[in-house]
Design a protein around this ligand. Structure first.
Ligand SMILES: *[C@@H]1O[C@H](CO)[C@@H](O)[C@H](O)[C@H]1NC(C)=O
Ligand SMILES: *[C@@H]1O[C@H](CO)[C@@H](O)[C@H](O)[C@H]1NC(C)=O
Length: 310
């Protein structure tokens, strides 16, 4: 398969949004029926016998555009939370551990290089090849993922139309394969798609938005989509790991469970999650530095279901 074609394969898609759009006036009864479908999906992600990422994985971060130090620390803390097992349950680290149930790939993520590109070196409208160029600026070592995060004022090919983030693999100048991921801050472009449930959804049943646990729907939306693409990267790094459906539009570890954050979720309702009594924020995972995050359900190969933390 040509390398360029595979760039488009790993998209965070809005399958539930598409589902909603076919339901002009969903009634409660319809919603309940959908609820049953969501809870017991006949869901098996096929393993295509390729390599998964395993062992210690360095996550390099390229901050493209304007991110405040506060925004950066919330996101870096999320990455560090994924390997920090002393946070109270339910922890972000226990969420990540589900990736270890995938055959042949138990991985631990460590934050590596961080590069700031505050002056938009490639402009404010990026194509996928430009995302890969940015990703390749982080000093990739063999076991690493280069993550490009774009600020709210950056337009990216496909962003908001079909995806909130993406991941894939490419080769550096020396011919070494590396994996990359990208997520954009959607807050001013399409929060109803990419920062749901912290914003009104564009389609379907309208439930009130949840209060974001880090007080910033853009950042908390990035966390959801970053969690999504990281789980997709380690379980399907080279287009031949775990996925269901066509390789050009695969359902992966988290995209197979789109829209589910807690038990009892149905389209338009994220499910029952924890609520912080002081801030009113909705979350389902504790992290480092007392932080809280809302993490999406992940398909668990041991049970063939979308697993939620709460
Ligand atoms: C992974 O990192 C941990 C902590 O730094 C270290 O103890 C362990 O030996 C490393 N494992 C491998 C396979 O490199
Ligand atoms: C970005 O541009 C500003 C204004 O032109 C400049 O002061 C600053 O040094 C630049 N930052 C980097 C990292 O190049």
């Amino acid at each position: 398969m040509p390398e360029m074609a595979s760039l488009y394969h790993f998209t965070v898609i809005f399958s539930l949004c598409l589902l909603f759009s076919s339901l002009p006036h969903p009634t409660m009864a319809t919603t309940r029926k959908l609820s049953a479908l969501v809870q017991q999906p006949p869901l098996v992600l096929k393993y295509h016998n390729g390599a998964l990422l395993k062992g210690n994985i360095t996550v390099n971060v390229i901050w493209y555009g304007k991110f405040t130090p506060t925004q950066r620390s919330k996101i870096v803390d999320f990455l560090q939370s994924l390997n920090t097992h002393h946070a109270p349950p339910p922890s972000a680290a226990s969420w990540w551990l589900t990736t270890a149930n995938y055959k042949g790939g138990s991985s631990t993520l460590f934050v590596g290089n961080q590069i700031l590109d505050e002056n938009y070196s490639l402009g404010k409208s990026l194509t996928t090849p430009q995302i890969i160029t940015l990703a390749s600026k982080a000093n990739q070592v063999l076991n690493s993922i280069s993550v490009v995060l774009t600020s709210a004022d950056v337009v990216v090919e496909g962003f908001c139309m079909s995806r909130c983030g993406t991941h894939g693999s490419s080769k550096d100048k020396k011919g070494n394969k590396f994996t990359y991921a990208w997520v954009g801050n959607s807050v001013s472009q399409c929060p109803g798609q990419c920062a749901w449930p912290f914003h009104q959804p564009i389609y379907g049943p309208q439930t009130p938005p949840l209060v974001p646990p880090n007080g910033d729907p853009g950042v908390d939306g990035i966390v959801i989509n970053l969690a999504t693409v990281l789980a997709g990267t380690v379980t399907n790094p080279f287009d031949n790991g775990y996925f269901q459906g066509p390789a050009s539009a695969p359902l992966e570890a988290v995209t197979a469970c789109t829209g589910i954050f807690g038990s009892g979720a149905y389209p338009g309702y994220a499910g029952s999650v924890l609520v912080d009594k002081t801030t009113g924020a909705s979350y389902n995972a504790h992290g480092v530095n007392g932080r809280q995050y809302l993490l999406p359900a992940m398909w668990d190969p041991q049970t063939s279901t979308c697993k939620t933390l709460v």
